[in-house]
Design a protein around this ligand. Structure first.
Ligand code: NAP
Length: 289
């Protein structure tokens, strides 16, 4: 079984460099089976969210796995419909309850919209009370991150953002890293879009190392100092995606990967007003209740 190295976050907590994501696994039985298989394969970081509606399944798999709780790094996220101080306090407890846990290892603000400061204050209090070992953000651009840091007391440890061969975000990654905020890549495979698994340049590198294209992509991200959370419901792919710690891309190969950047999100531009309306607009009614 692959042993995944850990990194130290800016608050001293150790986090595995590679984990397992469960976005778009809404069927709870399928999610539970996938997480159980992932834990069996050796994954020790799990990434779920209130918005994925599968925290219960993740919690059940943790319980059934027999893996000691303190060996698993559990991440979840607060959705924008809970971005007020009062709602966030309840949202944190609701995540804990659905997961069946008495603490979370990492809890993130899922999006940079609405009353992020109020929600962050609730996360800070839960952190200080020992309910959450580390707190962070997701989809925050550098200016939004800096604004939060300057306004609030506890600095985020992680910023989970889209990073994959088509959208490499070198400037954002460099800013987070220079600010001692760990970058965690979501959609490291761009969810397979634009033939990422059959791209000729990535295939050539894979062949040179006797690895798969998926393994090359994860290795490239790890060598950029980025944590990865690939998702798969297939056991053999879970094993494959972990087996990335026994080879290294050369500087020329890293450059060939860098040349693939299309400099455009494969999903949403978080700064586009239409995207903001789509993600945040439907929560406004709830927030006013
Ligand atoms: N913070 C955010 O806003 C945000 C947004 C999106 C995602 N995330 C997190 O990031 C995690 C990963 O992102 P993602 O799930 O969107 O996409 P992803 O990991 O880039 O891609 C997952 C897709 O790739 C396939 N796949 C996985 N390993 C493969 C392999 N070795 N060979 C071929 N195909 C493979 C999977 O298929 P099968 O499952 O059928 O194997 C699935 O269709 C999520 O699960 C979630 O935890 C966070």
């Amino acid at each position: 079984m692959t042993n995944v190295p850990t990194i130290k976050l800016n608050n001293g907590v150790e986090m595995p460099q590679l984990g397992f994501g469960v976005f778009q696994v809404p069927d709870l039985a399928e999610c539970e089976a996938a997480v159980l298989a992932a834990l069996k394969a050796g994954y020790r970081l799990l990434d779920t969210a209130t918005a994925y509606r599968n925290e219960e399944a993740v919690g059940r798999a943790i319980q059934k796995s027999g893996v000691p709780r303190d060996e698993i790094f559990v991440t979840s996220k607060l959705w924008v419909s809970d971005f007020t101080y009062d709602r966030a306090k309840k949202g944190i407890d609701a995540s804990l309850q659905r997961l069946g846990l008495d603490y979370l290892d990492l809890y993130l603000l899922h999006q940079p919209y609405g009353d992020t400061m109020g929600a962050w204050r609730a996360l800070e209090e839960a952190y200080q009370a020992g309910k959450i070992r580390a707190i962070g953000v997701s989809n925050f651009y550098a200016d939004q991150l800096k604004n939060l840091e300057l306004t609030m007391n506890v600095k985020p440890v992680v910023n989970q953002i889209e990073v994959n061969p088509w959208y490499q975000q070198p400037t954002e990654v460099a800013f987070n890293q220079s600010d001692d905020v760990r970058v965690e890549a979501w959609a490291p495979f761009a969810e397979g879009q634009h033939g990422v698994f059959t791209d000729p340049a990535i295939t050539a590198i894979a062949q040179a190392h006797g690895k798969t294209t998926g393994q090359v992509i994860l290795r490239w991200l790890l060598q950029r100092g980025i944590t990865v959370i690939p998702k798969s419901v297939h056991r053999e792919r879970m094993v494959e995606n972990m087996d990335v710690f026994d080879f290294e891309l050369s500087p020329a190969e890293m450059q060939a990967m860098a040349a693939l950047d299309r400099q455009e999100s494969q999903f949403f531009d978080h700064r586009d007003p239409v995207t903001i309306e789509q993600i945040f607009g439907s929560s406004l009614k709830q927030l006013k209740e």
